[in-house]
Design a protein around this ligand. Structure first.
Ligand code: MBD
Ligand code: FE
Length: 285
C-alpha cells in the first residue's frame, strides 16, 4: 500500500475506536471499588468546579449545547481514551507514583498493546525492510532501588513510525511493527535497535482535534518511545523517553514530559545512526 493511500485511510475515528475496543478488553474496566462517600465527594467537587466556571464566565445555553454535542461526538469517535490520556492521565500518574524513589515514569497513553512478540537482548524491533527513520540503539541496565541488577527484567517498548503511526491503530502497518517485549540478560542489561520516532500529532480530524482547533491550541507531542519495565517483586514502571532538542518538549499537548526522561543520543561510530544509554531503577512492590 502506498503512503498516500495509507494517509487517506488513517482517521481519528478509526484509531479512536481501536483504542476504545482495546480499553474495553484490557481488564482495566470496573476494577476500582469506591465507597458511596468517596464517589459523592469526588463527583460533587468536580461538579462544583463546573458550576463555579459557568457562573464566573457566564456560560450561555448556546455554549452549553455546544458542549453537549461535543461530548456526544467524543464517544461516537471512540475518542474517550484519547481525551482522557491526553488531558487527565498525567495527573493520575503523578498521584500514583508520587511515593517512588526509583526512575520517573509518565503516562501510558492510548496505544499500548500487551503481549507483543518476545525478543532476547540484543534485540531489533519488528520493522519493515524499508522502515523510514534514523537507526537508534537504546541500551541500558535495569536495577532495583536497592542496587540489585535485575536479570531477566522485561522491557516492553512501542512507538510510532516516522509518519507518526502506531501499528494496530493505523491501517496498512504490519501487526507488531515497532512493538516488542525484550528480555534483559542475567545482569539486567538490554540493547534495543529501532528507528528514531518522529514528533507526533494526535489525530486532528476527530473530536479532540475539534477542541484543539476551537481553543487555538496545537496537537503536538514530542517524539517519544513508550516503555514498560518490570521484574518480579518490583513495581511496574510505565515511561516514555524523549529527545533533547525536540521543539515540543516544553509544550507537550499531553503534559507528559519530565526532564529525567529526555535522551541525549550521540552518532554511532559508523555515522549511520544514533545511540544512547538509559538505565531503569525499579521500586520494590
Ligand atoms: C500518543 O502517542 C500518546 O503517547 C498519547 C499520550 C496520546 C496520544 C497519542
Ligand atoms: Fe505515544
Amino acid at each position: 500500500m502506498s503512503q498516500e493511500v495509507q494517509d487517506l485511510e488513517a482517521s481519528a475515528a478509526a484509531s479512536g475506536n481501536a483504542a476504545t475496543d482495546r480499553f474495553r478488553t484490557s481488564g482495566k474496566t470496573g476494577t476500582a471499588v469506591a465507597s458511596p462517600e468517596r464517589v459523592s465527594l469526588i463527583v460533587n467537587e468536580v461538579l462544583g468546579a463546573v458550576y463555579d466556571t459557568v457562573r464566573k464566565h457566564q456560560v450561555s445555553y448556546a455554549e452549553f449545547n455546544v458542549l453537549k454535542a461535543w461530548l456526544i461526538s467524543v464517544g461516537e469517535d471512540g475518542e474517550w481514551p484519547l481525551f482522557l490520556d491526553v488531558w487527565v492521565e498525567h495527573v493520575v500518574e503523578e498521584v500514583a507514583t508520587g511515593d517512588r524513589s526509583g526512575s520517573k515514569g509518565t503516562i501510558e497513553g492510548p496505544y499500548y498493546i500487551p503481549e507483543a512478540p518476545t525478543l532476547t537482548t540484543p534485540a531489533t524491533l519488528p520493522m519493515r525492510a524499508d522502515e523510514a527513520g534514523t537507526p537508534l540503539l537504546l541500551s541500558g541496565q535495569v536495577t532495583g532501588t536497592d542496587g540489585a541488577a535485575l536479570g531477566g527484567a522485561i522491557v516492553e517498548i512501542w512507538h510510532a513510525d516516522d509518519d507518526g503511526f502506531y501499528s494496530q491503530f493505523a491501517p496498512g502497518l504490519p501487526e507488531w511493527n515497532l512493538r516488542a517485549t525484550v528480555i534483559a540478560d542475567d545482569n539486567g542489561n538490554f540493547a534495543i535497535n529501532t528507528i528514531q520516532p518522529a514528533p507526533y500529532q494526535i489525530p486532528t480530524d476527530g473530536s479532540c482535534g475539534k477542541l484543539i482547533a476551537a481553543a487555538g491550541w496545537h496537537a503536538w507531542r514530542p517524539a517519544h518511545l513508550h516503555l514498560k519495565v518490570s521484574a518480579p517483586g518490583r513495581q511496574l514502571l510505565t515511561a516514555q523517553l524523549y529527545f533533547e532538542g525536540d521543539t515540543h518538549l516544553s509544550d507537550d499537548i499531553a503534559s507528559a514530559v519530565k526532564s529525567e526522561l529526555v535522551l541525549r543520543p550521540t552518532p554511532t561510530a559508523d555515522g549511520a545512526g544514533r545511540e544512547v544509554t538509559y538505565d531503569f531503577v525499579l521500586d520494590p512492590e
